[in-house]
Design a protein around this ligand. Structure first.
Ligand code: ISJ
Length: 123
């Protein structure tokens, strides 16, 4: 996904594919209800937090194993692979750069947890 400005039609198509619970929208958006879309966002945010914490739990285990076998927490080659994978999965409307920035933050937080836990980092 390279375009910086996805079309509203594409996002509406995607939204309809993701959730059958959404109300149909007419061409005139001025009377449309925000609530069902915000409800979906709230539910997704909840799932995202659970998934991020599941991801972190696996990384914590990986950190423990690396510590025991004498590996550093920070593995730049794996981080590059993670970044390639997520960009490969990206179907938009987020751009690849947006996905990259989000995952840089996720991986940085994950790495930091491992380093604090197993390498005595203070930040
Ligand atoms: C989870 C790991 O530890 C660190 C965090 C990574 C991540 O968040 O994906 C990737 C590589 C490491 O820098 C790992 O080595 O797989």
């Amino acid at each position: 996904m390279d375009s910086d400005t996805p079309s509203l039609d594409d996002s509406l198509d995607q939204a309809a594919r993701f959730s059958e619970a959404l109300p149909p929208l007419s061409d005139d958006l001025s009377g449309a209800d925000l609530a069902p879309f915000r409800d979906r966002i709230d539910a997704i945010d909840h799932q995202l937090v659970q998934l991020l914490n599941e991801r972190t739990a696996y990384a914590h285990v990986i950190g423990a194993i690396k510590h025991v076998i004498g590996m550093r927490a920070y593995v730049p080659t794996r981080e590059a692979e993670v970044m390639e994978n997520v960009i490969e999965s990206n179907t938009g409307p987020f751009t690849d750069n947006a996905i990259r920035r989000i995952f840089e933050q996720i991986v940085e937080e994950t790495r930091s947890l491992e380093q604090r836990t197993y390498e005595g980092h203070t930040e």
